[in-house]
Design a protein around this ligand. Structure first.
Ligand SMILES: *[C@@H]1O[C@H](CO)[C@@H](O)[C@H](O)[C@H]1NC(C)=O
Length: 203
């Protein structure tokens, strides 16, 4: 009896872990039919006979994007919505550009771990572990350096070099999602009432 309960617990634990990330593909590919009215987890597959190279391709990742905004950064996210061939594969990519002193503000990806490589400039990057430790793990990254942000943890980057910086990240979901902490907590629609926020953010 106790053994069975333990087994059930183990199974539910394994299931909950599996459902926290993208499912494994059951065929070579399932190129997303982005226009299908059928709602499934991800996208339904386009007819494999109609699949073409363009479904697996995008260009322009060499281009610097406009960072003239209050954060001084821009994230060019290449998800399944832009490359339909990513559907069911559990991966995507993003390029981040940083003006001097630009930041990618604290955020997390509900569905993906991230592995970031600095290709130009110097960033400081960090993530915070979950409760109760909430330990900040942070590192200065120079050109060619790589850093990992575990799934679901709040993380950020800042350009601390004298010039422009950029990075390329790989993420373990076709659609990692982004929750920017300040927007979610202080900019929800409708607002989280101020008495709740006041109580939550007092020390
Ligand atoms: C960058 O964005 C800013 C603010 O939206 C705009 O004023 C500026 O013209 C843009 N620069 C380029 C090169 O597109």
């Amino acid at each position: 009896m106790a053994g069975r309960i333990l087994l059930l617990l183990l199974i539910s634990l394994i299931c909950s872990v599996a459902f926290a990330s993208d499912h494994s593909p059951l065929q070579d590919f399932c190129v997303a039919d982005l226009d299908s009215p059928v709602l499934v987890n991800g996208f339904v597959c386009k007819d494999p006979k109609l699949v073409k190279a363009e479904d697996f391709h995008i260009s322009g990742l060499h281009l610097r994007r406009n960072t003239s905004n209050p954060f001084g950064s821009f994230a060019n996210r290449i998800t399944v919505n832009r490359v339909p061939g990513l559907n069911t594969l559990g991966i995507s990519v993003a390029r981040a550009d940083f003006a001097p002193l630009g930041i990618n503000p604290p955020h997390y990806h509900p569905r993906a771990s991230e592995i970031l490589t600095v290709l130009e400039g110097t960033l400081i990057a960090g993530f915070v572990t979950s409760n109760p430790e909430n330990r900040l793990i942070m590192k200065v990254l120079n050109k060619g350096d790589l850093f990992v942000f575990p799934a679901g943890l709040i993380h950020f980057q800042k350009n601390i070099g004298p010039g422009y910086a950029y990075s390329i990240s790989a993420l373990s979901s076709q659609d990692p999602g982004v929750v920017t902490i300040a927007n979610a907590v202080f900019g929800s629609k409708p607002d989280i009432s101020s008495d709740i926020l006041a109580k939550a953010f007092q020390d």
